[in-house]
Ligand binder design. Sequence first.
Ligand code: GLU
Length: 228
Amino acid sequence: MCGIVGAIAQRDVEGILIEGLRRLEYRGYDSAGVAIYQPERGIGRAREVGKVAALADMLNTESLAGGLGIAHTRWATHGAPSRSNAHPHMSGDDLAIVHNGIIENYQELREQLQAEGYEFLSQTDTEVVVHLIAREYRTSGSLLPAVKAAIGQLRGAYAIAVMHRKEPDHLIVCRQGSPLVIGVGIGEHFIASDQLALLPVTDRFVFLEEGDLADVYRDRVVIEDKSG
Ligand code: GLU
């Protein structure tokens, strides 16, 4: 079981994400990573094998300050624990994703995407999801329909958080077989695998149900169930 943390706020969320990951360490993991949107630089990413403390050290050297971010502790199921297999995974420079769970049909999806020219930089099942969303984005030009179209093609268990460089005012999360909770703040929102991760920043929570998808902005959250 890995851990997911995410945030959208006016303040810098790097410290909130790292503290959230520390609070999820009890779930077990082999590597950790974070992606944060920075208006002047795009999506910055840091990943490290081993403890969250090692990732925090990395960020002390080169901070990724910003108000939108996703973070992850990985428990490897597909591909060895390594920096290139650690999440977040990206498709190009625009799209970043963290995923908890297993995509059962990843092999056939990977072959399709590779045949279409998508380059895979990890051995994970997760990387098919980020390229699938990128492919759907090319058709829809918008993240919400792209995520919906992509998850419609997945079999397996997942909790997913997604952000896009061209849509830095929201992040999208969905769950099927893995837990996710939304933490409600004042003019800010957080997401995590377990509310424990978010106790330093809020005590108000919305628990997503199986098949739910949430479009999370600073000032609002729109939740859809499986039937839309
Ligand atoms: N299956 C994914 C991987 O191996 C996610 C594992 C997890 O839940 O941490 O990267």
